[in-house]
Write a protein that binds this ligand. Structure first.
Ligand code: ATP
Length: 480
């Protein structure tokens, strides 16, 4: 892992953003807990997604479906049969890799070395292997033929490629052996599909319309060593938009743009975001692109946008025997809608924001670490400091705290030197630090220090809410 990535992981632990789950027992692999700062950051992201997707669109409504769904759901969706990762073990280090990712890295190396012809040939073999009935065998053959070595040990001593189903299983009922076997959902999308009719009618929606949901998903990821990038328990924010067959590619193009705009709206640097077309489409999809962010561990998917045809609704109709057609009262026609899906990982978004915000610079000759979050995602919007504990300054600062609390998450701090208080807030990514000083007693004004420029403005106490709002919406990473 890169040094920067390690630094961010350790800052997350020290400052209470994110840490290993069940740490006192040695930790539970690939699961993480969000501390006080992390949970605020995550909530802000969820709220901004909901505001954009649901409140921002009259034709998108919300849903909160259960994590435990009827096991037939996963037969219909194809997860029971085909939700597999092809894995291969390096016998020298016992390290496990995803076979397709090893080959993708190899292709990238070939391209970097200028061997375009070979890169294209291997790429074609990879695409064919991923679509073949003997995916494991074909991937293994590529690794052998290309003599791909294990990144960690450098050895060329592989086990065969094996497929692992990623769904977590559990049992419903008092006795494990006799209870029904169910799965923890590996994605939130199916809760939307099975409820298509339950939601559409009462919400009085007509096609085109969408259903949005935020919730936990579970995958038994075998290669899970990338902090919150790949977890076994994570959160997704998904929206399925139901359209008339034939119109899907226009809506795909529209949602693709809207979703990219949302990431930029979070303040993420534009040059760190890009679209990535899928190398091979799922058999039911007729378009698919990822939004990738350049994490310190490389360009990686943060969101997928997929045109899934009528595959899911048709399959649920088939497996449940329930009607999934839609009758269009305006055109007087009946059909099973096509679906555009936007699916973004909440934890990967949080990680993207942390990586994008991380910066080091100098403050008064000292090095400082600063998280340059967009003010609207920052866990703490403003901190309030009394310069001194004398002359009633803490009382005024507490009064400001009370006045701001209904509008923003704010924090009061009177401990330590001003320099130390600023440093703590810089590391938490707090965009505004408000200081009550002795002049405040006369002029009813306070000093507001900007996290990024470290410049200070004198602002009247009764103008603080407006000041923070103006400087939050107008914020741009480019101006830093
Ligand atoms: P990957 O190829 O990286 O495993 P995926 O293509 O399987 O991802 P999707 O099934 O499209 O991912 O899920 C949609 C989104 O859910 C992803 O873009 C990602 O942000 C998030 N996600 C998927 N798996 C995980 C995970 N194990 N941990 C955290 N987030 C995840």
């Amino acid at each position: 892992m890169s040094d920067l990535f390690d630094t961010i992981v350790s800052l997350c632990k020290q400052r209470g953003f994110i840490f290993q789950s069940s740490e006192i027992y040695g930790g539970q692999a690939a699961t993480y807990d969000y501390g006080p700062l992390g949970v605020e950051l995550k909530r802000n992201v969820k709220d901004l997604w909901w505001q954009e997707m649901v409140y921002g669109h009259g034709d998108v409504v919300g849903l909160d479906a259960a994590i435990m769904m009827h096991p037939k759901t996963w037969e219909a969706s194809g997860h029971t049969e085909a939700f597999n990762d092809p894995l291969i073990d390096d016998k020298a280090s016992n390290h496990r890799y995803r076979a397709d990712e090893l080959i993708e890295d190899h292709i990238r190396d070939l391209r970097q070395d200028g061997d375009m012809e070979q890169a294209t040939a291997v790429h074609e073999r990879l695409v064919a292997a991923l679509n073949s009935d003997d995916m494991a065998g074909d991937l293994y053959d590529i690794i052998q033929d290309e003599e791909i070595r294990a990144p960690r040990s450098g050895a060329f001593d592989w086990t065969p490629v094996r497929q692992f189903n990623l769904m977590f299983e559990t049992h419903v009922g008092p006795v494990a052996e006799t209870g029904d076997r169910i799965f923890l959902r590996p994605e939130t999308a199916q809760g939307i599909f099975v409820n298509f009719q339950n939601v559409r009618e009462p919400a009085r929606q007509h096609v085109p319309f969408g259903i949005a949901q935020i919730g936990k998903a579970f995958r038994n990821e075998i290669v899970a060593r990338q902090f919150v990038f790949r977890m076994r328990e994570f959160e997704q924010m998904e929206m399925q938009y139901f359209v008339k067959p034939g119109e899907q590619l226009d809506f795909f193009a529209e949602w693709r743009e809207k979703r990219m705009a949302w990431h930029k709206r979070l303040g993420v640097r534009e040059e760190k975001l890009r679209f990535h077309e899928h190398e091979q489409l799922s058999h039911y999809a007729d378009a698919a692109e990822d939004i990738q962010y350049e994490y310190p561990i490389g360009w990686k998917e943060v969101e997928g946008i997929h045109s899934r045809t009528d595959y899911d609704l048709k399959r649920h109709q088939e497996y449940s025997g329930k009607n999934m057609t839609y009758f269009d009262p305006f055109e007087q026609e009946k059909y099973i809608p096509y679906v555009i899906e936007t699916s973004v990982g909440l934890d990967r978004t949080v990680l993207m924001l942390l990586c994008d915000a991380y910066d080091e610079d100098e403050a008064n000759g000292n090095e400082r670490t600063v998280l340059r979050f967009h003010p609207e995602v920052a866990p703490i919007r403003a901190a309030i400091f009394p310069l001194s504990k004398k002359k009633g300054l803490p009382d005024i600062a507490h009064q400001i705290e009370d006045d701001l609390r209904p509008h923003f998450n704010v924090m009061y701090d009177e401990r330590g030197s001003m320099g130390k208080r600023y440093r703590r807030m810089d590391e938490a990514g707090t965009p505004f630090c408000i200081t009550v000083d002795f002049d405040t007693l006369d002029d009813q004004q306070v000093t507001v220090r900007d996290r990024d420029s470290m410049e200070q403005d004198r602002v009247a106490i009764d103008q603080l809410t407006a000041y923070i709002n103006d400087h939050s919406t107008g914020w741009s990473r480019d101006a830093v």
